[in-house]
Design a binder for this molecule. Structure first.
Ligand SMILES: [Zn+2]
Length: 122
């Protein structure tokens, strides 16, 4: 399942970041940004993350917080607009899309790490 693969990648990034700190600590939360045009089921991703995080010792209590980024694009005439679904044409002039600015994100935007005493490190 695609969402499980994404959850695993996030947990691997967290584990790498934490183990590279060379001190006992754990991830308290991780924020991700998911573009509106990304075919990701956010509820499925949250469920997958919570189901497998116990397998990652530094992430067993980590909370995943997902935000969706609205799609935005620029047409060949230079207008910024919101592409609707698969219709990539400018809503203002009908020109085709020159650049998709937002909507395809799938990235970690913030990680909260605590040391073994519960002190906020990052
Ligand atoms: Zn336009």
């Amino acid at each position: 399942m695609y969402e499980t693969m994404i959850a695993r990648s996030i947990l691997e990034v967290l584990t790498y970041r934490i183990t590279s700190r060379n001190q006992p600590c754990s991830a308290a939360s991780v924020n991700i940004m998911v573009g509106e045009l990304r075919n990701v089921n956010v509820d499925g991703l949250l469920f997958a993350f919570d189901s497998i995080k116990q397998n990652y010792p530094h992430c067993a209590r980590c909370e995943l917080v997902a935000s969706r980024a609205a799609a935005s694009a620029r047409c060949r005439a230079g207008h910024n607009y919101q592409p609707k679904g698969n219709a990539a044409y400018c809503t203002e002039c009908g020109e085709s899309m020159a650049e998709l600015i937002h909507g395809q994100e799938l990235e970690i935007t913030n990680i909260t790490v605590l040391d073994s005493a519960g002190v906020h490190l990052v």
